[in-house]
Design a protein around this ligand. Sequence first.
Ligand code: F6P
Length: 320
Amino acid sequence: MKTIAVLTSGGDAPGMNAAIRAVVRTGCENGMSVYGINRGYQGLIDDDLIELNIRSVSDIIHRGGTMLHSARCLAFKEEEGMQKAIETCKKHGIEGIVVIGGDGSFRGARDLSLRGIPCIGVPGTIDNDIVSSDYTIGYDTCLNTIMDMVDRLRDTVESHSRCMVVEVMGNRCGDLTLNSGIAVGATAIVIPEIQSDIEKHVIERIRRTQKTDKKHFIIMVAEGIGGVAALAKKIQEECGVETRSIVLGHVQRGGSPTARDRVIASEMGYHAVQLLMKGIGNRVVVMRKDEIVDYDIIEALTMTKEIDTTLYNIAHEISI
Ligand code: F6P
């Protein structure tokens, strides 16, 4: 391949810039022309792209967000949008595309691949919810951001002997909530993958720890469960502890990527271009058992992922 492109799609994630940088520099160093497509698949439909060189991606490795901007593009799900995207590829001689995003973006990459434009998916989302990959770019940064914010909440919660119910992002995946919950020493963790009886897992738990003289509590709830305000009211009424709730929201998605995210993003971006250089498309680059590997994109989308129940059980046992 002589000409490739890169786009970021879906929710932005810290480390996406490091992946873009790796794609552009690997491509350029190997004699390819590399286009950056703006606003994900929408930019491909609108012919909104720009040729990048090794200097275009200077000074971005430490920045959150994505220099190419991102979008959740509904038009790309329609055949008309798909055909416009293919026309843009033909116009610029684009022979392969690196798509950095989540499973939804991978489905778009699969559909484009099936229509003759080879794509390579690279997992980029804070949620860690990509079924084929143990790790997604942005997850570590987000986890540390949540930990930092809840540590701050703990200061005030402790000072006032209160309970704080915290809603954490993650779409339908509980990884961020479970891992941050352990890291902040939460009293209870509620995630969609494990059915929780609120009475038993939250209320009784608080009451039990109150008997051991515990005065402040942090309850971590995944976005996929929601209802933090109602849960806070219930805790206050039933446990007699003043309770507040907070939805951490989009602040979780921002910030400078951690070293782990920068390194993994660089490895994955490099690996993606190596595949395109060999004329291989229709793959996703993922992490399995600490190794960067690639899978067929269709196979990858049919895989399943389980929550770490051992970790959940540990959290349950020690958070008392
Ligand atoms: O996929 C990342 C994510 O932040 C999810 O955790 C969340 O469910 C969603 O995106 C929020 O989407 P939006 O930015 O469109 O509100």
